[in-house]
Design a protein around this ligand. Structure first.
Ligand code: CU
Length: 146
């Protein structure tokens, strides 16, 4: 009993340093449409993000590619380059993080550190033909977690 209490106390102390060290975000598509159901989510500057993409579609493969910008020019550049890339994720310095392509029914995930700079960051699906419609915004705001 005593040991258990000490252990619990230790966990509380360790957990008290950061309120929410990891932000878990779950994203799904809207049926078989070229749309994310979650078109926005908010994280703290520098926060660790665990992004889970559940492909609930019945025929469409999708992925999630998070960019370090909200620029439509960059969205076009990455989306266009993805068309000819074997994995549909081009080598581009604007890509902050990406999941693998999830086939219908598959779940994929990626863990990454959010930018330190508050702002709006676009995420897109780079499966061919999807990026112009399949987009969302990661908002970085508030107090840094570290
Ligand atoms: Cu898609």
């Amino acid at each position: 009993m005593m040991t258990r209490m000490i252990l619990l106390l230790g966990l509380l102390v360790a957990g008290g340093v950061q309120a929410e060290p990891v932000k878990k975000v779950v994203i799904e598509p809207v049926g078989d449409e070229l749309k994310f159901k979650q078109t926005t989510f908010t994280v703290a500057p520098g926060q660790t993000v665990q992004l889970i993409f559940k492909n609930t579609a019945s025929v469409m493969p999708h992925n999630v590619v998070v960019l370090n910008t909200d620029s439509p020019t960059v969205v076009n550049r990455v989306g266009t380059a993805a068309l000819t890339d074997p994995d549909y994720v081009p080598d581009d310095p604007a890509i902050l993080a990406f999941t693998k392509v999830a086939q219908p029914g598959q779940t994929v995930e990626v863990t990454f550190k959010a930018p330190d700079r508050p702002g709006r960051y676009r995420y897109i699906c780079t499966f061919p033909g999807h990026y112009t419609l399949m987009q969302g915004t990661m908002v970085v705001s508030g107090k840094a977690t570290s």
